[in-house]
Design a protein around this ligand. Structure first.
Ligand code: SAH
Ligand code: SF4
Length: 433
């Protein structure tokens, strides 16, 4: 209850942005590589960065390509967690590597498993300096298993600078970009936890695909953050995750979801060749301005024109349009018909997402009959219109519910301070969760 009133209060304060500046609540910050001191990890680096690390410890130029190829294989194909395991790397180099670097992954602070097999991990990234006050940062990452695929929902930022009115992540205060390494490391952690490296088996009771697919077969950038506000790192991370001689995911199984940062569509299409998903959520600018404030910069028409021009878009590579179902807000028959009209001529899939409530949210999810009726109109117009089954709701792992524990704790701490309760109370409350 307490955190509900806190969040509501924050919502009210930012609900009425009167200028474009109010769309983003904090300046973007970029982390400087990984930890500023001590040994840094080689996990999740691009090939280029890995070669640079070898040069930095004096590996001669003529050997760098071969050595970085070996390391790349151990890290990304075998999932090696120690240099010791690298049988084809000489003793001397192994010792040198261990002195300068680690193969550490981000720390798994907690793992929650939903009744439906969805897993949510809270990961702590090492400090990057002043951007995270030298405290490191926490992000969430969610694994959603099905019979024929395993989808990992990754974060691209800590929090989000945008303030979509229905999204929990948008209320988080600490915001910074994740590095390409930090983005990729989420996949490495998932493979560790699921036993998804060669020769491993999943821990007992873990729900993974049953059709022989890799346990993580798909990636969606639908966790915390706006991926296209961190486009360089997202493109680099996609490069590492899709390397055929490495982590090996198909680019067609990597989907980047954006609230509509139009100027970066072209780069994403050309440099990452990833699938695009658009968080549309409304068919009129006045309503979309309210739900997705970035619409004031890139209104619906501009957004849809950019979709028509998305590199590589075709019937085989359709753009997904996400539409969150908000009771009495955007869910009428007329809006369903308008949605179909707007998307005419764009190779599109429409994904209806039942709104996932979070403490303090001011919307309700549309009734099931309403969602079915909306879906029927869309379907009759020729679109497959799957309603995304909410997964992991019991562990707040569903779309738009991600917000790191420290933030929640901080919010609670503030409330309790306001209520005159001391720190002991805060920890007691956290332990109850
Ligand atoms: N920032 C990107 C990607 C992360 S959000 C984006 O906005 O597209 C991933 C998806 O979850 C988006 O479609 C977003 O609109 C949706 N979403 C956010 N909050 C939600 C909520 N409470 N319930 C359902 N979907 C939500
Ligand atoms: Fe950010 Fe996406 Fe949430 Fe909007 S919906 S606040 S863009 S994470």
């Amino acid at each position: 209850m307490a955190s509900a009133s806190f969040d509501t209060a924050r919502r009210e304060r930012r609900a009425d942005p009167s200028s474009l500046d109010a769309i983003e609540k904090a300046p973007e910050v970029r982390p400087e590589a990984m930890a500023a001191t001590g040994r840094t990890s080689l996990v999740g680096l691009t090939r280029f960065a890995l070669t640079e690390r070898l040069a930095a410890i004096g590996v001669p130029e003529r050997e760098q390509r071969m050595r970085s190829g070996q390391l790349w294989h151990w890290i990304n194909v075998r999932g090696a967690a120690s240099f010791e395991a690298m049988t084809n790397v000489g003793k001397g180099l192994k010792a040198q590597l261990a002195e300068a670097y680690t193969l550490d992954r981000p720390e798994v602070v907690s793992e929650q498993v939903s009744r439906d097999g969805t897993r949510k991990w809270l990961l702590r990234m090492p400090p990057t300096g002043r951007h995270d006050h030298n405290r490191g940062a926490e992000i969430e990452c969610v694994y959603i298993p099905a019979n024929d695929r395993g989808t990992l929902c990754v974060s691209s930022q800590v929090g989000c600078t945008l303030t979509c009115s229905f999204c929990h992540t948008g209320t988080q205060r600490l915001v910074r970009n994740l590095s390409a390494q930090e983005i990729t490391a989420q996949l490495v952690v998932a493979r560790d936890r699921l036993g998804d490296w060669p020769g491993q088996t999943p821990p007992k009771g873990t729900f993974v695909p049953v059709d022989g697919s890799r346990f993580v077969s798909n990636i969606v950038f639908m966790g915390m953050g706006e991926p296209l506000y961190n486009v360089d790192n997202v493109i680099d991370a996609i490069g590492v995750m899709s390397d055929h001689e490495g982590l090996g995911l198909s680019r067609r199984r990597i989907t980047v979801s954006t609230s509509g940062v139009v100027p970066h569509f072209e780069r994403l299409g050309i440099d990452a060749n990833a699938m695009l998903a658009i968080s549309l959520h409304a068919v009129r600018d006045d309503l979309r301005d309210e739900l997705v404030p970035l619409n004031r910069k890139y209104p619906i028409r501009t957004l849809l024109d950019a979709c028509r021009n998305y590199p590589g878009v075709s019937n085989a590579r359709r753009i997904t349009f996400e539409y969150v179902m908000l009771k009495g807000v955007n869910d009428s028959d007329a809006e369903a018909r308008e949605l179909v009209r707007l998307l005419k001529g764009i190779p599109a899939k429409i994904n209806l997402i039942p709104f996932n409530p979070w403490p303090g949210s001011r919307y309700e999810c549309s009734d099931w009959e309403r969602i079915e009726r909306f879906s029927e109109i869309v379907f009759n117009a020729g679109y497959a219109s799957p309603v995304r089954t909410p997964r992991g709701r019991d562990i707040l792992a569903a779309c738009g519910q991600l917000k790191s524990e420290t933030e929640k704790l901080r919010a609670r701490a503030r409330l309790m301070l306001e209520d005159g309760i001391g720190a002991e109370g805060v920890y007691a409350a956290a332990a109850d969760d």
